[in-house]
Design a protein around this ligand. Structure first.
Ligand SMILES: Cc1cc2nc3c(=O)[nH]c(=O)nc-3n(C[C@H](O)[C@H](O)[C@H](O)COP(=O)(O)OP(=O)(O)OC[C@H]3O[C@@H](n4cnc5c(N)ncnc54)[C@H](O)[C@@H]3O)c2cc1C
Length: 562
């Protein structure tokens, strides 16, 4: 007897309930059982898709919590389906002659169990090998194929009907990501959720890097890092005499850069990130792959490469060697201090100047300071911007060598005396004096690039659009890039006409560029105009202009782009 293979099932996909009143059943499951609505394709008949109240789905051997909205590929769903009055399933005896195999639609709308597979072509082969008859269909506006067939009980008389409903077909795609910081980790996380095989190469020795201060996080960026945030509700600008210039709402959160990095890393599968892998070169090979070359001499090949290697990107340099970075002419001194380490009198003075849940700007002519609290609410984050020298354009190597500097004791003393002079009435000098190891960032940004991609290599995050920090946007743009990259791929894959064409990767990167280049370039430009604060002739903010800029920039970038 010939031995047949069994079907390559991945997981249970959905359970269907057929009813004459789909809305009534939906309301019951939502209100009584706590199910949540999910987005449903535009079928020709009425129905609803519901997610389990605290549903988990299995993806790559890991359970993930489902979220409201569009269900992820592996989510277990409940389908509520308008009863087809033409059919009599399953209450009455099943007439297999009439509905099977030529009329799979009847099964689609009857009670059924659905399973998911990622090896669709094997399914068809195995069913054929086994001599099991089946019907096929495609979910509207997607490339999702479905196979329908009965189990033996059903064929004999009444009973459960089994149908096979594979959800996503992800092509085998291997993506190499250079840089394991915010952009690289978010991209890895979101692509992993799609089932794409990615590997992150990071030059740092280990994951537990210490570094960074506070960052501002926008609403659209919160998704995976919510637990590390503290709300900021208002932006206040105060002049050197303590006079309030203006207050505007800023729906924003503060976070430790390190906490965000840690959270992302915790969610990305650990073995996906390879430390001590410093890229030194890459080649686009004739076989269509991209070869990566590391300092250790090791080489790897991938179908596509995402360059998330930061502001002084080597990959950007390899792609566009003529590109220069702009040194803004000023520096940012930064630090964090625990409120518990401050004396009561310093704290009293500080609280009289700066409020909680507030992004405070202290402005004094060509200098200004930014102050806000960090989670859990007992850490003060401060940044002081000071002019340093002339604006100049430099090669990335020069920029890379001095972007973040540990300051010498002498430099710190010099900085402190400047602060005492500029912010003489403020608590800032005391706060800074109480800070352990303040450090110095040279402020750079990058000019627009001709393209964000070349062949199968794409620049993302700071590598693509390095910005001055004044719009509190660098990390947000980085994380949003990480989400966009998978969102675009998902849309491409679920569009049958597009996904079957050649050049999926080039198309993927081109659409990313169309989506992200202009928005991020505009942000970099706007960040540059904010530098006006540093220039002699602009003693104060251009209030009307900056208010509009801020309203524009605080908006939901994704929503604007839809
Ligand atoms: C340690 C650190 C602290 C920061 N602190 C703050 C902060 O407090 N506030 C703020 O607003 N922004 C901060 N930033 C910058 C801000 O986070 C960036 O806007 C944002 O991180 C951009 O993310 P990115 O992933 O594009 O680039 P980056 O965060 O710069 O990450 C680039 C990554 O690529 C790696 N890399 C670079 N070259 C190579 C190579 N050749 N091979 C392999 N790996 C490579 C780097 O080690 C790094 O991990 C910080 C960045 C870093 C790295």
């Amino acid at each position: 007897m010939t031995e047949h293979r069994s079907l390559p099932l991945h997981s249970l996909n959905h359970v269907s309930r057929e009813t004459r009143d789909v809305d009534r059943l939906r309301d019951f499951y939502i209100t009584v059982l706590g199910f949540r609505p999910a987005v449903r394709p535009n079928f020709s008949f009425k129905g609803h898709w519901l997610l389990l109240p605290h549903g988990y789905y299995l993806e790559d051997e890991t359970w993930h919590l489902t979220k409201e909205g569009r269900p992820p590929g592996g989510a277990l769903l409940m389908h509520i389906i308008q009863k087809d009055e033409q059919e009599n399933l399953p209450e009455g005896p099943i007439n297999t002659d009439s509905s099977y195999p030529d009329r799979p639609k009847a099964i689609l709308r009857g009670h059924h169990l659905a399973f998911r597979t990622e090896r669709m072509d094997d399914v068809e082969k195995i069913l054929t090998e086994r001599g099991i008859q089946f019907g096929k269909s495609i979910v509207p506006n997607t490339s999702v194929r479905q196979f329908f067939f009965f189990d033996p009980d059903t064929e004999m008389s009444k009973g459960p009907i089994r149908s096979l409903c594979p959800l996503k077909e992800i092509p085998t795609l291997s993506v190499g990501i250079i840089g394991g910081s915010l952009t690289g980790l978010t991209a890895a996380l979101s692509l992993e959720r799609l089932g794409v095989d990615c590997r992150v190469y990071e030059r740092a020795r280990e994951s537990k890097r210490r570094g960074g201060g506070g960052i501002g996080v926008q609403d659209v960026t919160r998704e995976d890092v919510d637990e590390a945030l503290l709300p900021m509700r208002v932006q206040e600008e105060i002049d050197r005499n303590g006079r309030m210039i203006r207050q505007i709402p800023v729906p924003m959160w503060s976070a430790y850069w390190q906490d965000i990095d840690d959270l992302l890393l915790r969610n990305v599968k650990e073995d996906k990130v390879e430390y001590m892998h410093e890229l030194i070169g890459l080649n686009q090979l004739e076989n269509g792959k991209v070869e990566l070359e590391f300092k250790s001499g090791e080489k790897r090949e991938h179908d596509a490469v995402l360059a998330c290697d930061g502001g002084a990107s080597l990959v950007r340099d390899l792609m566009f060697p003529e590109h220069l970075m702009r040194f803004s002419g000023y520096v940012a001194w930064r630090g964090t201090v625990k409120t518990g380490s401050l004396s009561q009198s310093i704290m009293r003075h500080f609280c009289s100047e700066f409020s909680r849940n507030t992004l405070s700007f202290k402005i004094s002519g060509r200098q200004h300071a930014v102050i806000y609290y960090l989670p859990p609410g007992d850490i003060i984050n401060w940044i002081v911007y000071l002019p340093e020298s002339e604006e100049k354009y430099v090669h990335r190597k020069e920029a890379a060598s001095g972007m973040t500097k540990d300051a010498t004791d002498e430099e710190i003393q010099q900085f402190l005396s400047q602060v005492k002079e500029v912010f003489s009435q403020s608590s800032l000098p005391d706060i800074i004096q109480s800070t352990d190891k303040p450090y110095k960032n040279m402020i750079y940004d990058s000019e627009p690039l001709p393209h964000l991609h070349k062949g199968k290599v794409l620049l993302m995050g700071d590598a693509a659009h390095y910005s001055t920090p004044h719009l509190v946007k660098g990390s947000n743009m980085a994380i949003q890039d990480g989400y966009w990259i998978s969102e675009i791929l998902e849309r491409l894959l679920s569009h049958p006409h597009l996904s079957r064409e050649e050049g999926l990767i080039e198309r993927w990167f081109r659409i990313f560029e169309e989506r992200r280049k202009r928005t991020t370039e505009d942000t970099v430009k706007l960040g540059k105009t904010r530098q006006g604060l540093m220039k002699e002739q602009k003693e104060d903010w251009d209030l009307n202009c900056t208010a509009k800029e801020f309203t524009d920039m605080a908006g939901d970038e994704r929503a604007n782009e839809e």
